[in-house]
Design a protein around this ligand. Structure first.
Ligand code: F0G
Length: 455
């Protein structure tokens, strides 16, 4: 597999463990010398080159917002100076105008957490309704430029939806491996519509990854999981766009969900690079939140000081982060330590309650995204986040990705008959079950009056 060299910024790949610069990356994007993950490094940035003058870059990126060029209209490629170069972008870049997502204030959640300056960056507002699109546009373009016919991923749902869409736009075939029965219909249906060959394997996400890693060694299939370093580069732009939206004044904290840990690695990489380029003068603390039933990274940090990660069999209703053996844990650990962030775990009920609280601010997200608010509450209680500090939650997926979860929660069915039923009583006040009535005006008025009395 050839490695793109960015002629302008000389992007090159390097192993995160042994530092080896591979002549060619394995099909599984692992270092051929030691087997660890690869990352892009950019030489020629830090210099006094006028092309990397912070003020000039900021104004260039801002001006592109009024451009009609598809690359400029993408919230990812608008920041292409900080991305690996794709030769002949007009021919090879596959873009759905991803990125460009909103930053919302969360006034009710702010009151509930005592953090007045609280925002959510909603990556679920991307074209396929999750943050995956920002990385997929870069990695799928690289596959296209290298003339791959097939691309593939293992997924808990969002990666597959995103990959299938970008493959379809780029006239490539896509192969999706997903755990049978453990992903939401919302996500599965996307892959079907976008024409992917969708295989539901009788295993979990980690089992799908194992099969895929074998497959790419035997077949000329381009791997689009987040071990693909092009994905990480594209996902960096969420952090760049976020800081731009805050007029280049970084918040004190950024909080992200942790699954396979590609996204936290990407956001952390962007923060470190922005500081290196003097686009920002201080680093926000990047904190990573996992579900209790899928917490291998939390345990790695808390129990083993990050020295090792023990894979586990993961289980959580937040199926997007139902991952027991996260590929990018070493990258995530590095950015956690470099930014001084914290790692937390939250319960199933805490996740469901936090999702409804974000919803009460008029913002819908999927369960995996809601771990951020649930985590913030714990970080407030531990004193790690102070009331006067500015906090941004990264919401990773759209509410409609998993409507089943939402409906069961509001009907009071989500935890019925489970070990969480007693704890779930606390979340009752957040439930808004649908009311079935006769088609009768009086009944509707009575329902409105009753709701008013209870509000
Ligand atoms: N939130 C959502 C909505 C996700 O879909 C994922 C991961 C994460 C958070 C965690 O991000 O893996 O970078 O730490 N979903 C993957 C998938 C793994 O296949 O769609 P991460």
């Amino acid at each position: 597999m050839s490695i793109a060299q960015n002629t302008e910024t000389a992007a090159r790949l390097r192993c995160i463990a042994c530092g080896a610069p591979p002549d060619s990356a394995g099909q599984d994007f692992r270092c051929t010398a030691c087997g660890d993950l690869l990352e892009f490094v950019f030489s020629g940035w830090i210099s006094d080159s006028p092309a990397f003058d912070p003020a000039a870059l900021k104004s260039l990126w801002l001006n592109r917002r009024t451009s009609r060029n598809p690359l400029d209209q993408s919230g990812v490629w608008r920041f292409r100076e900080l991305l690996p170069h794709i030769p002949n972008p007009e021919e090879h870049v596959i873009t759905l105008r991803e990125g460009n997502t909103s930053l919302y204030r969360l006034p009710r959640c702010a009151r509930a957490t005592g953090v007045e300056n609280l925002h959510a960056k909603h990556q679920g507002m991307n074209p396929t309704a999750s943050f995956k699109d920002t990385g997929m546009t870069v990695a799928a373009s690289s596959a296209h430029q290298q003339e791959f016919r097939w691309v593939a991923c293992a997924s808990t749902g969002n990666t597959s939806a995103s990959m299938a869409a970008y493959a379809a736009r780029g006239n490539m075939r896509s192969l999706v491996l997903i755990p049978d029965g453990k992903i939401s219909w919302g996500k599965l249906s996307q892959s079907l519509d976008y024409g992917a060959l969708t295989c539901q394997l009788r295993t979990d996400f980690d089992g799908c990854v194992r099969i895929l890693n074998e497959l790419v060694r035997q077949k000329p299939v381009y791997l689009l999981n987040s071990v693909n370093p092009y994905r990480i580069e594209g996902q960096k732009t969420a952090a760049i766009e976020l800081i731009e939206q805050l007029a280049w004044e970084p918040p004190d904290h950024i909080i992200v969900p942790g699954g396979n840990l590609g996204n936290s690695s990407a956001i952390g990489k962007a923060l470190l690079e922005m500081r290196e380029l003097k686009l920002i003068s201080r680093l926000p603390k990047l904190s990573i939140i996992q579900a209790k039933g899928a917490n291998p990274f939390y345990r790695s940090v808390r129990e083993f000081g990050g020295k090792k990660l023990e894979p586990m069999t993961a289980d959580t209703l937040a199926t997007a982060i139902r991952i027991g053996n996260p590929a990018s844990w070493k990258k995530a650990l590095r950015v956690l330590q470099a930014t001084g962030g914290e790692v937390e775990e939250v319960s199933e009920v805490e996740i469901a309650a936090a999702k409804a609280e974000i919803g009460a601010d008029g913002i819908g997200c999927e369960p995996a995204s809601a771990v951020t608010l649930a985590g913030l509450k714990k970080l407030r209680r531990s004193g790690f986040v102070k009331s006067g500090e500015a906090v941004v939650l990264i919401l990773t997926g759209h509410l409609l990705k998993d409507p089943d979860f939402t409906i069961k929660f509001h009907r009071g069915d989500l935890f019925a008959g489970t070990g969480d039923a007693a704890e779930a009583v606390q979340a009752k006040s957040l439930q808004h079950a649908p009311v079935v009535l006769d088609a009768d005006l009086g009944a509707v008025i009575a329902a409105v009056d009753a709701a008013e009395r209870n509000s």
